[in-house]
Design a protein around this ligand. Sequence first.
Ligand code: APR
Length: 261
Amino acid sequence: MTHSPLPDPPGADLGRVRDWVREAVQLSRPIAVLTGAGMSAESGVPTFRDALTGLWAQFRPEELATEAAFRDRPQQVWDWYASRRAAVAGVEPNAGHRALATFQAREPGRLTLITQNVDGLHQAAGSPGVLALHGNLAEDRWLDSPRACCDASVAAGTLTDACPPACPACGNLRRPAVVWFGEFLPEQALRDAETAARTCALMLVVGTSGAVYPAAGLAFTAHQAGARVVVVNPEPSELDPVADVVLRGTAATLLPALLAP
Ligand code: APR
């Protein structure tokens, strides 16, 4: 009589991934972590789409988060970003952000942290060298290349309820320093992220639906280059098919367990 193998007990996958993390540390192999909006869910940050509630419910992100929309209706787009900034202003990193930062402090240079989030929570938790592929919500930059007259501190003083900050001399506008639909990602950050994906032994993909490229493609790159890929997400994601292990749980509960010494 043959026996079919018993199914893995609950927690077995968690144990396997913990072993992979420890192995990477012991053998001095690089780890990459790719995070998305779900990383900050337990901090109470509304996702991109959740942020379109109330007054904003009638819009789609693709209608507001573009350069064309900002040039056409600068005040409206600025106001939407102001509401997103306000939503993020009071939030704190959660146990998942802290677990990553603690691991990086304990194992300097071992882990490259790549994020699609613009909320700055990895940086607030103390993670060094975060590759922020989609920019940073807290920062502004010039819409057009700055001329000699363009002084950001002067522009900041021009902000009114009716107008985003602008250079009083030439009218150049300040815009949120995030990557809008149709824009290129920051070149150096993307290059560094691709290198990390190509060379890591283990990639943790945390809290992303895997629907937005080129960020989502990093998981495929890691998989094709022979890395172990682990998805951490309470729901199915488009990156589950490239994962060696899918952990169905949340960032704030699983990361501390995976990254503990
Ligand atoms: N822990 C882990 N994952 C979670 C949690 C949690 N607590 N809560 C939700 N998730 C998962 C969801 O199941 C979903 O798969 O996080 C994912 C969030 O998906 P999206 O909202 O699509 O976010 P993201 O993948 O980061 O989107 C990518 O799209 O909107 C643009 O530029 C924006 O950076 C963003 C990009």
